[in-house]
Design a protein around this ligand. Structure first.
Ligand SMILES: NC(=O)c1ccc[n+]([C@@H]2O[C@H](COP(=O)([O-])OP(=O)(O)OC[C@H]3O[C@@H](n4cnc5c(N)ncnc54)[C@H](OP(=O)(O)O)[C@@H]3O)[C@@H](O)[C@H]2O)c1
Length: 295
């Protein structure tokens, strides 16, 4: 299988690596060329100068960039994927972006007889590195089936949610759930400290009960220690929530807690926490600044 991967960031770099290790012939493009050079030193693959060039060499073309504007640039730009991709190929977008853009791209690629699926991921950097991502997919069933074998290189679960855009809508649900949950966990840990309890003992007691969550399992200790220099950045979370709010303004969903938490994240950004993990919500509840291990 000849594949292309556009966007070798925190997520794309290891995902493309899994495809190479799985035996695919991988062509890569990254805007910052030194990253693509480093990738080609670490894995077997070919560096391309434009997304179009990478797409022209592949049957399956993957992208994982930042936001809607970035997706437009690599898909629809002069030297973008649409300009290079061959008829009969399949394009898979792993970026977290809007459902509207996914529908627009689905139609644009269909005009060229190219399949398009929106396939945002959950599981963070660790999920990408360990090949354990959950992937929510929107698009035609046949295209999802076609992409499954290649995406299996880095996925633990691939779920076809519905038509074009449905993958992005499911990712919005994911982010809405996480927003309120992390604030609740922050308040619980904050309260435990103020009450003079030993936090580890409390988590041991409640961590297997109804309050258990992935965030509790994986974040309680770093949150308690004020360590946030890793994980999923606050800037990205606010980008994702903005997409969800935009969608909700059209579908009528009430996102009351998510809106409140988004305002809290804006405060974390003002504290210098734009790149801190989303669990840094607790920082605004605690006295003083959190430990930033980059210092
Ligand atoms: N990090 C996570 O834990 C996580 C988890 C789930 C989902 N996501 C989502 O996955 C996507 C990627 O996240 P990430 O953490 O990998 O981001 P990242 O480390 O910032 O990487 C972004 C990648 O996109 C490229 N890019 C951005 N804008 C571009 C443009 N206009 N033209 C060409 N290339 C462009 C960047 O190239 P340069 O190297 O040149 O900057 C880089 O390769 C985002 O939508 C994010 O919300 C992330």
């Amino acid at each position: 299988m000849r594949v292309a991967f556009v966007g070798l960031g925190v997520m794309g770099y290891p995902m493309a690596g899994h495809l190479s290790r799985a035996g695919c012939e991988v062509s890569v493009f990254n805007r910052t060329t030194s990253t693509a050079e480093r990738w080609c030193e670490e894995y077997s693959g070919t560096q391309c100068q434009t997304p179009a060039e990478a797409a022209a060499r592949a049957e399956h073309v993957f992208a994982c960039v930042g936001n809607d504007d970035d997706v437009r640039a690599v898909m629809l730009g002069d030297k973008g994927i649409l300009a290079g991709v061959r008829s009969g190929s399949l394009v898979v977008d792993h970026t977290t972006a809007s459902a509207d853009l996914a529908r627009e791209l689905y139609a644009a690629f269909a005009n060229k007889d190219v399949g398009f699926i929106d396939a945002p991921v959950s599981g963070g950097e660790a999920g990408a590195v360990n090949g354990q991502l959950s992937i929510m997919v929107g698009g035609d069933a046949g295209d999802v089936t076609r992409a499954r074998d290649t995406m299996n290189a880095y996925a633990k679960r691939i779920t076809h949610i519905g038509d074009a855009g449905a993958g992005q809508l499911a990712k919005m649900v994911n982010q809405i759930c996480i927003a309120g949950l992390v604030q609740g966990l922050s308040e619980g840990l904050h309260f435990a400290k103020r009450a003079g309890l030993d936090v580890a003992t409390v988590i041991d007691a409640i961590g297997k009960g109804a309050a258990q969550s992935w965030q509790m399992d994986n974040r309680w200790e770093t949150m308690t220690n004020g360590e946030f220099d890793f994980g999923f950045a606050v800037d990205w979370m606010r980008k994702d929530l903005a997409i969800a709010f935009d969608e909700a303004s059209r579908n009528g969903a009430k996102l009351q807690v998510a809106e409140l938490v988004d305002a809290f994240y804006a405060e974390v950004q003002l504290m210098g926490g734009s790149r801190w993990d989303t669990s840094s919500l607790i920082a605004r509840l605690e006295d003083g600044k959190p430990t930033d291990k980059r210092d």
